[in-house]
Structures are given as C-alpha cells and as structure tokens.
Ligand binder design. Sequence first.
Ligand SMILES: *Cc1c(COP(=O)(O)O)cnc(C)c1O
Length: 393
Amino acid sequence: MSKLTWLTQEIDGLKEQGLYNNIRTIGSAQGARLIVDGKDVLNFCSNNYLGLANHPKLIEAAKEATRKYGVGPAAVRTIAGTTDLHVQLEQRLAKFKGAEDVITFQSGFTANLGAISALVSKEDVIFSDRLNHASIIDGCRLSGAKIVAYEHNDAGALEDAIKEHASNLRRALIITDGVFSMDGDIAPLPALVEVAKKYDILFMVDDAHGEGVLGKGGRGIVDHFGLHGQVDIEVGTMSKAFGVVGGMVAGDKTIIEWLRQRGRPFLFSSAVTAPDAAACLAAVDLLEESTELVDKLWDNAEYFKAEMKKLGFDTGVSETPITPVMLGEAPLAQQFSRELFEEGVFAMSIGFPTVAKGKARIRVMISASHDRDDLGQGLEAFARVGRRLGVIQ
Ligand SMILES: *Cc1c(COP(=O)(O)O)cnc(C)c1O
C-alpha cells in the first residue's frame, strides 16, 4: 500500500463504471470534419456553433495582431497587460450586447469565479439553479456565501427559497445558467427576473451557450427575452460560438467597475493574448454584419432534431442546437459513442458527474459549419448504431 493506492483504486472504479474520460486527440482545425486520433470523422461535439474557430477573417485578424503585439500578454491586466485591443473588445461587446459595460476574463470559468466571489461573501446567500454549471458552483463555493439550490428552472421554487432564507441575511444573489449545457433547455428569464425585482436581489445569468446563438444575430439570452437593463450580470464566453477563447461579464457599469477592482482572476492572472482579442473583435464584426451564420445554425439544429425524433430517439427537452440523445446507463452511452466513431462520426458520451447517474447520453452539437450532407451522414450513423444496440427499432 502506498499513499497513492487510493487513486489507482478510484481510477479503476471509474473505468469499471464507464465513467473514465478517454480523451481523444484532434489533429486538424475545428470544422464540420476533424482528424481525431488520426481518423477523418464528422464532428458532432464541438462548441464551434458558428464555424468561426477556423474562419479566415478571424485567422487574419489574429495574424495581424501577432505581428503588431507578439504572442504573450507579459503581465496581468492591471499592471501592463491591457492592450488597446482588450479595451476595444470590451467596448464593442458592450455595444453589441446592448449592455452598459463589459469586462473580459481569460475564460467563462474564470469570469464566473471572479464575478461571484467579488459580489457576495460569508454573510450573504446565493440562490442557484440546481443544474448550474460547475464553474458557477465553484464560484459560489469560493465566495463563502450560503448556497441555496432551487429546483431547476422553477421561479416559484426560487421565490419559496428566498422567503425562507433572505430575511436574516445581508445581501443575496440569484444565479442561473442561460442555456443548460447538457440538456439544451433555456432558463425562464422573465419569470426569474420578476422574482429578483420583487425582492430587490442581484440577478446573474451565465449565457455561455447562448452567446452567439440566442437573440438577434447571437446577441445572447438577455436580447432573446428583450430584458436589456434588467439583468444585473450577464456572463458569457468567447470560447464557444465566438470560436476563440475568453470570458466576459456584461451588465451594470458600477458592477463592471467593481470587477475591474476586485475580480481576482482579472487582477492576478494574465489575460487572453492580443491575437485572441483581435480574433474576438473580428467575430463581433461578422455577427454585426449579418445574421446568416446564426440563422443557418438554427436551421440545421431544427432539421437534425426533427429527423432524430422521427428515427425514434429521445432528444430530451432541448430548445437549442444542443441535442442530447438520452441513453440512460453510462456504459451504453460509451459503447454508442465508440460505435459511432467506427462509423466515422465523432460524438462523445457524457455521464456522471457531468450529468446525473442513469442519465448518460451522447450530446450532439450542431453547427453552422455542417451542411445537409454532413447531417445526413450523422443521421444514418445514428440510425445504424441505434438499431444495432436496440435503442431504436
Ligand atoms: C462552457 C461553459 C463555461 C466555461 O466557459 P469557458 O470559456 O470554456 O471557460 C461556463 N459556463 C457555462 C454554462 C458553460 O457552458
């Protein structure tokens, strides 16, 4: 017995339960097709919703910024790491989203950690949707505030929780995912905002999967529901539909000003590089120019989901391009994913702890980079594997 024996046992346990992450290696740019572990396959699992990760305009912008600014930030934002590109990006994002101000972070994950821990602390309470993303959960824990989880997407349950807990606490914060990344359903923002207003509580939404997807031309969930000025904090990411990397917080200008003073990942960790910021700016340009990519994304998603339902698959409660194919037990989902891969389709299985036990699935991510032939190929592969494994008839 060594001090690491427990780890070997834990890892063996993961393998037995079908919960061990077998990480595949990508050998090409992101797009409808990928080279995965040396094999050319249809890509059904990237968050590259709009196909921007390999867009010529973003690549050109990054190249030009590299020539001008080099590759590394060399300091944190508050010391010598804020280039004019970072400032421009924040201003452009605020305008694009119709928010008072925006601060960018290294990632959506650090945006959540930084924002939550700067706004509440041990005397306070956070009301958090039960299915919120891990980065929200970690941000809540880091803040030291009391965490009260309410039933998923249930404004009534939120109000009950507030009545029960808020009176004897200093401040409160309500947090929800905008689009829930594993099921693809959308938070009922108008009802939640109403509760927040009624009790005068700060309201925060994490729109990682809505950024570039929901709202007019991808302006996000606040735009989708026409709630401009009514959501205090809107977290987003540039690592998904924007095709680059980085996080952001959009919202009330006083809150953003505070995060520039007290957002710890902003103060103590270097920012995304100048080429990243330039590529994000090019993404905003494209989204402002035309809604074509966002429209194609939704068109593809609706077609694919309708065809999957016709085949007899259970695609859960999705209202977005995220398409879960519900399979139940994790080993079945893993086998399904392996057999799809043999058929030339790359779609990963997702199990506990990312989703609840017994709710394992394949999550298909539809993109504007797919054409109808790609979707047809994917549907045929799903049909063949589904019949072989007895999931559909
Ligand atoms: C992906 C995701 C994040 C993390 O975004 P990154 O930019 O990849 O760090 C945060 N919140 C939610 C809801 C997400 O889906």
